[in-house]
Ligand binder design. Structure first.
Ligand code: ARG
Length: 461
């Protein structure tokens, strides 16, 4: 027999699995509306260039609006054989509505290569508007909490060890500042995304004197991409959004990690609202911080999407390659993940309860040894001399079995360094310690208030 082992795969028709493999309508329908807008603008540009009549233009623009309406109302009937992606699907449907004689002219000088780049850039640009709003809300919530709870103090940690006392607001604002820098970067990214590739054709440009400035303006782009090969082949804007999202999620994740720790029974600095935690089916004493753990966990997912797409991009030859179709799923998923995460983070922080008495009780007097040094430096000793004296005090206290230096008493301290005054005992006070950090960016009330003022100004509408 002349049947070949692989015969089934070479029938002349496309392998059905290949059809599925190639299909992207299941997810690129996400930007059906941008595809419609892009085509409407292109129809107008064709008329402007004298390539179609006014009547044809109007037919196209109105027909496309109907196609968009079908998507919106969920009545768009997909043809699983011919509808490979949203571009082919929309054009097929337009032909059924206004006749193929007219609809067939819409693609004049255009390629799916410049079309998809245009749609995707528009979709990203539009989606980031919500992202920006969610981020603004998050920052506003944190900063208003920081203002309300400015007198709450807790231990500050380095390497998970108690280091210095700080204001709770200072901790809140430390994340607020990171989110603020995410916000600024987002605005810059959005503007780089918002450049128009339409009119780039397959790769060489447009041979029919299509007015690209007109297209860009019609579609709300800030500028035209000045090289057609870049227009169709560049996906740096996708990478940039994914990278931006990775950094944002790393901020959210670290923040969540702090709060997971603070909500344990051992710390008990805060309690999550029921709306953002769950009980255990087995152990009634447990209240799990699911929201925070998901915020932490989903950051890994976004990181993977970023890394995955960068691998796809690396090593591609210039201009369009079908590999680029792989940009959409990670990007769409990433955008919905970050939009949800920012909103969940806002919900968590606006509803959690703090326990200031536990925060205060957790402050350990071991931190006072630092204050002896600062006291001596303020009286003119070098940092080294001051360090030696405070270390001696620490060691004496330890050798006498005292919990900390503040219990030594003035007489014993004078035994180490004669010029200790009465006032050294007053330094053993957490609020006073905190109030020393008045320099810009410090944890003293005046500095924290200044931060609150600046952040508030940056996010006011
Ligand atoms: N679905 C394709 C994509 O997402 C559209 C561009 C296809 N271009 C082509 N020449 N086959 O990238």
């Amino acid at each position: 027999s002349n049947e070949r082992l692989w015969g089934g795969r070479f029938t002349g028709k496309t392998d059905p699995l290949m059809n599925l493999y190639n299909d992207c309508l299941s997810y690129d329908k996400t930007f059906y509306s941008q595809d419609i807008q892009g085509s409407q603008a292109y129809a107008k540009a064709l008329f402007k260039a004298g390539l179609i009549t006014e009547y044809e233009r109007d037919q196209m623009v109105e027909g496309l609006a109907k196609v968009g309406e079908e998507w919106r109302t969920g009545t768009f009937a997909i043809n699983p054989i011919s509808d490979e992606d949203v571009h082919t699907a929309n054009e097929r449907r337009l032909g059924e509505l206004i006749g193929i004689n007219i609809s067939g002219k819409l693609h004049t000088g255009r390629s799916r290569n410049d079309q998809v780049a245009t749609d995707l850039r528009m979709w990203v640009r539009d989606t980031l508007v919500s992202t920006e709003q969610y981020l603004l809300t998050l920052i506003r919530i944190i900063v208003s909490r920081a203002a309300q709870e400015i007198d709450v103090i807790l231990p500050g940690y380095t390497q998970s060890q108690q280091a210095q006392p700080i204001r709770w607001s200072h901790w809140l604002l430390s994340y607020c500042q990171l989110f603020l820098s995410d916000l600024h970067k987002l605005r810059q990214t959005r503007s780089r995304v918002n450049r128009c590739p339409l009119g780039s054709g397959a790769l060489a440009g447009n041979p029919f004197e299509i007015d690209r400035e007109f297209l860009a303006k019609e579609l709300g782009f800030e500028a035209v991409i000045p090289n057609s090969m870049v227009g169709v082949g560049d996906r740096d804007f996708v990478v940039e959004v994914l990278q931006w999202a990775t950094v944002l999620m790393s901020h959210i994740s670290r923040w969540a990690e702090d709060m997971i720790l603070y909500s344990t029974a051992e710390f008990h600095f805060l309690t999550l609202a029921d709306a953002y935690s769950t009980g255990s089916s087995l152990m009634p004493q447990k209240k799990n911080s699911d929201s925070l753990e998901l915020l932490r966990g989903k950051s890994g997912r976004v990181f993977g999407q970023m890394a995955g797409f960068m691998y796809t991009l690396k090593g591609l030859p210039s201009s369009y390659n079908k590999d680029l179709q792989e940009d959409k799923e990670p990007l769409f998923d990433c955008c919905s993940t970050i939009n949800n995460s920012i909103q969940i983070a806002s919900g968590v922080i606006s509803t959690l309860t703090i326990h200031p008495e536990n925060m205060k009780a957790a402050l350990s007097a071991s931190m006072f040894v630092d204050e002896i040094r600062n006291y001596l430096v303020r009286r003119g000793l070098s940092q080294d001399e001051a360090n030696n004296i405070s270390r001696e005090c620490y060691e004496l206290a330890a050798s006498e079995g005292l919990a900390n230096v503040s219990e030594l008493g003035l007489e014993k301290m004078k035994g180490i360094y004669e010029q200790f005054g009465e006032d050294v005992m007053e330094t053993f006070d957490y609020e006073r310690i905190i109030e020393q950090y008045t320099s810009l960016g410090g944890t003293a009330k005046s500095s924290v208030l200044q931060q609150i003022e600046e952040v508030t100004r940056a996010v006011h509408d």
